[in-house]
Structure formats: C-alpha cells, structure tokens
Design a protein around this ligand. Structure first.
Ligand code: GAL
Length: 451
C-alpha cells in the first residue's frame, strides 16, 4: 500500500457511506455500582490481583454515565454521523434475570434521545463483554441456561428501545471474549481450559443467531449485524508445518463464528479441536439455530498475525511470532501496523457467498500519546487511520460492499487487562480530572469528514 501518504477525503467513499465512532459500557461509563446497576464480571475480575495492569478498575472509567452529553457533542464536533455504544446488561437487569432497573433503563433512553437530538444515528451493541456477575456464578457463558437468560435480556432491550433504535449489533467479538475469558483466563471471568471454552463457543454461536431472530421479530425495520474480530494469518515460513499452523489459527480467529452464522456450521477441516467442538454441537442438536440472515457483518481488525508451528501448544500447535521480534512497525500494544493486511482480510470475509454487506465496526491503534502544552501530536495514529482508510477505499473500489467505517475509539478508556495504560482515543482523557483534549488525530478526522 504505497499511496497511503496521499491525502484522502470521506467524499471518495460516496454520500451513503456511514462514518462512526465507538465506545463500550465497561470501558467508558463508570458509575459501576450506582443508580441500581448490578456488578458485572469486569467489576469482580478487576478485584483479582495481577489480572489488570496497575490494578486499575473500570469503576469510573471516562464517567460517560454523567458526561454523555459532552461526549456526544464531541462526536458531533468531529463530524461523525454514527455513534456505536453498548448496553450494560447488569445496568438493565442487575441480577441478569428477574427485576429490571429503572434508572439504568432511563440512562440509555437519555443517551439515545441525545443522539437523536444531535442527528447522530445510534448503533447499539447488546453484548460488549459485561456479563452480570450473578449469571457468572451460575456458569455464565458455559451454562446450558445461557440462551434463556440472553433471550430475556435481548427481548427486553428490543421492546424498550426498539421504537428509537433501528441498528443493532448482537455480540462484540465472540472469539475475543470466549478465548480470553473462558480459555486463557486473561479477561473476565478469568476461566481457563477447553472444558470452559467449548460450551462458551457454542453458546456464543447460538446467542448471536438467536439475538438476531429476537430483534427481527420485535423491532420493525431493524438493521441487524454482529461483529467478528479478524486478522490476516500469515505463516512464518513456507515450511509445511508453519503453513498448516497458520491454517489452524485462521480457523479459530477468522472462521469459527462467521461460518455457523452463515449457515455453514462449524468449519469441518481436519483439526482435532473441531472434532471436539462438533461433539458439543451434536449433543446440543442446534446446528440450524446457529444460522441467521444478518443484514450486515461487522468486521473488527487491528493487525495481522504471523504464526509458527509449536508442538507444545495443546491442540492448536501454533504460536504467534510477535511484531517486535520480527522488527516491523507496531503500535503501543505491540500489534503490527499493516494496512495491506486490512485490505486482504476484508477480501477474505467478502469471499463468503452470503455476506451481503460489511461494516468495519472497529479499527484503530494505541500509541504512547503525550500531552504537551495542551496538544497531542499523534502523527502515528493519523498515519494508521490514513493507511487503513486507503486500504478500505481500494477494497470498496474493487466492488466489495463496505458500507461503513467506525473508528475505535472516541476517548481514551479502560482497555480491559491493560487498564488505563493503553490509549486508543481520538480524544485524550486525563483520568485524574476527566479533562478531554482532542488529539491531532481527532482534528484530522474532522478535516477528513469535512465539518
Ligand atoms: C476490540 C474490543 C474493544 C477494544 C479494542 C482495542 O477487540 O472490541 O473493546 O478494546 O479491541 O483493543
């Protein structure tokens, strides 16, 4: 992608193209135990020692709960038309099921009404990783009761907000929260092992489709999608073992959740992991229920993954070769910066016959920003966005139906196990004072979107 130093403008994408910016409840809202909200798995997980950098907690975060009006003004000022945010399940249903919380419901009405007042189109994510802690006690995503709980929550949201909200995203990155939360123990709820991972995967594959069906039934004229994390997988060498390792990782990272949603079932390649997963599927007899005809597929891409064979890793027998080891340019998260790979992964997902429309529902980068004399010169982030938008335009010009691009993220926020140390925002936050400062990348977006 040689041409990404050239300036582009949003108008090259056409008038219909949707430009948005994203936040998530745990990462931004704060007010973690007030106004009737129940604890989420991130509240409890963050109390376990050693789990989150600096022992940071998502308790206050960006205080979006109280400052949503200011933040929505900033969305508007930067020129975005779409605001994607998530509903916190335990703010609506403090115990996960049963009694609803009036103050929590009223809060989301306020946010939605403010969006509509400002002419911002709300995109609501139903699950961005904050399971009610009460449900985790009963097994969380591994429980055979999970679908029942989730259906109740989704139906409630559809009935409550469906007259105002037409754009719905069912899950945020099912591979992300099942692998990090139920296999590797790095994210909430901190569970490990295949015995947790398999049922969590299967429940997530079912929940994304079931959620879609519920919204379709209850919200007239709904535009329904769900999101998938994705990364181009590159073998470290052309050795057969590395190529096969890359294939296995591609199945996990890219194919595991979209294929069931498209009605293809789980991938059927020769891979022991899939045989075991199929056992769950068979015993639960739900294959058809994993399919749903989504109006759009939300792609979330940050970096490519280079993979090498490693016989010590159970079942997967593959390991990542980090960008720093390969000495290629990378962000503060250690993630390779490679716009060409963004283009290629979009093409890979578009190659599925029944994907009708793609929206890039997250893309962005963390850097070690410095606030100097009231200014943040985040040239690297500008370059990241510029490069990735060139790659997106190329894909669009080649006929791929990409209908939108949402930047991650509006403000610096609580970045999961990185706490407040990783800054992805277009707007800087001083977490002591909650002062917001628009970064140069924010101004860059404003010019790009031409406000
Ligand atoms: C995504 C996630 C976001 C955000 C981002 C940057 O996987 O959906 O919540 O944290 O990564 O790491």
């Amino acid at each position: 992608m040689k041409d990404h130093t050239q300036k582009i403008h949003a108008s090259s994408f056409g008038d219909e193209f949707q430009w948005g910016v994203v936040i998530a409840a745990v990462q931004n809202e704060g007010a973690h135990n007030s106004y009737g909200k129940g604890p989420s798995i991130w509240d409890t997980f963050s109390r376990r020692s050693g789990k989150i950098k600096g022992s940071h907690k998502p308790y206050v975060a960006c205080d979006f709960f109280h400052r949503y009006k200011d933040d929505l003004m900033l969305v508007k000022a930067l020129g975005f038309k779409i605001f994607r945010f998530s509903i916190s399940w335990p703010r609506i249903l403090p115990e996960g099921i049963g009694k609803t919380n009036k103050e929590g419901i009223a809060f989301y009405h306020r946010v939605i009404d403010e969006c509509l007042k400002l002419d911002l189109i709300p995109y609501v994510t139903l699950y961005h990783w904050d399971l009610p802690a009460a449900l985790e006690k009963e097994g969380g995503w591994t429980s055979h009761l999970f679908l029942k709980w989730f259906s109740r929550y989704v139906s409630f949201c559809a009935e409550e907000f469906g007259s105002k909200v037409k754009n719905w995203i069912i899950l945020n990155e099912p591979f992300g929260f099942t692998s990090l939360g139920y296999m590797l123990g790095k994210h909430a709820p901190g569970k490990r092992g295949f015995n947790n991972f398999f049922p969590a995967i299967h429940n997530a594959a079912l929940a994304q489709a079931e959620g879609g069906r519920i919204i379709r039934a209850l919200v007239p004229h709904a535009h329904i999608g769900t999101t998938f994390s994705c990364s181009e997988i590159i073998p470290f060498s052309d050795k057969e073992t590395d190529v096969m390792a890359a294939k296995r990782v591609d199945i996990l990272l890219n194919r595991l959740f979209i294929e069931p949603a498209l009605g293809l079932g789980y991938p059927r390649d020769d891979f022991k992991f899939l045989e075991k997963l199929e056992l769950y599927n068979k015993s639960w007899k739900y294959t058809r229920r994993m399919q749903f005809d989504f109006d759009f597929i939300g792609l979330q891409n940050y970096f490519p993954v280079v993979v090498k064979y490693n016989s010590f890793i159970p079942m997967i027998q593959a390991m990542e070769v980090k960008a720093s080891t390969r000495k290629v340019s990378h962000s503060a998260m250690g993630w390779e910066i490679n716009p060409g790979s963004f283009y290629r992964i979009i093409k890979q997902f578009w190659s599925y016959e029944n994907v009708k429309k793609i929206i890039v529902t997250e893309n962005g980068a963390a850097f070690k920003d410095k606030l100097v004399n009231g200014e943040i010169k985040d040239d690297q982030r500008i370059d990241y966005f510029n490069g990735h938008l060139h790659a997106l335009l190329k894909a669009k010009k080649e006929g791929i139906n990409v209908a939108g691009y949402f930047a991650w993220t509006l403000t610096d926020n609580f970045e999961w196990s990185e706490g407040y140390t990783a800054r992805f925002g277009l707007i800087h936050i001083d977490f002591e004072t909650q002062l917001r400062t628009i970064k140069n990348s924010g101004y860059w977006f404003r010019d790009f979107l031409n406000v």
